[in-house]
Write a protein that binds this ligand. Sequence first.
Ligand SMILES: [Mn+2]
Length: 355
Amino acid sequence: MKIALLADSHFGCRNDSLIFAKHHKRFYEDVFFPTIDDRGIDTIIHVGDVTDRRKYINYITAKNLEDTFMKPVNDRGIKLHVILGNHDCFHKNNNDVNSMRQLYGTSNYDNLIIYENDPVEIIFDGVKIMLCPWISPDNQVKSMKAIYDTKAQILMAHLSIEGFEMNRGSYCDHGYSPAIFDKFDVVYSGHFHQQSTQGNITYLGAPYEMNWSDYDCKRGFHIFDTETRTIEFIPNPYRIFHKINYVDHELTIDEINNFDMSNMEDTYVKIIVGDKHNPYMFDLFLDALGKANCADIKVVDDHMNFDVIVEDDLVDEAQDTFTIMKNYVNAMETNVDKALILDLLNDLHNEALNL
Ligand SMILES: [Mn+2]
């Protein structure tokens, strides 16, 4: 039996951005459901963070969640198992008020099962899997006992585990020790959006890019095979962030006129100008890009004609925020332990991203 594993869908992300909602839709319509139909998959496990905002849902986002995901699942008669993630829960100390129960707890979607608090053992095709929702202070003791007691060899959960990469280059310095989960053959978790594996633990990663630190990271979903107990990665080819390295003496006017802009619509574009001697050509390029209906175009116009400035002093806007901060701290002259400063910045940055 094959089961689709989906993690961190974050409906409503980026302040209920309609551009991001469109980007989500492309994934579900062109990648997720066609693959599921192709493979004849009738079971999905969502490992948490279905919705983005903890406190409320915007009506358009609620409609998008319904139209883009819940209804297509229900129309196909697919069994959907959802374990809550931290973003689905209103309170920080318990999971009792959550988006899934408020939106779908009384729905007539017979094939939907929401796991809100205690870990549960489910047998899929003879394979026992423990499903563990977000562990908050109120369900921690019970959850840990269930994890300790279970004979299941597979755990699917929404966990914060120490030492794993949260976003590219940013590692979790708190959370559970990975040793707690040693007993399992494999652990598949949501929560951190970056895909990664250490030992028996795999973070499945988000299906799409949501902020610049996701740029060029692997995005998509997985299919779990109960027979081999392995996962197959199905990549999402759609990107919402693009970087273009512009070096004009490497381009001809013909090349600019024929530059492939077809995948730029409704995406965020950074043009990194490495070399620009011909302003006319650059204008041509910007005009062409202007017609591509990008969501946003940012020109990062550095590293040229700056002979008098030390390169280290320049903020490389082509990078994501955390990398810029990290480079800044590393370039600082200070007696304070830089690791401490980086830890603090890391925490603040993650809090700002509301991870
Ligand atoms: Mn998440």
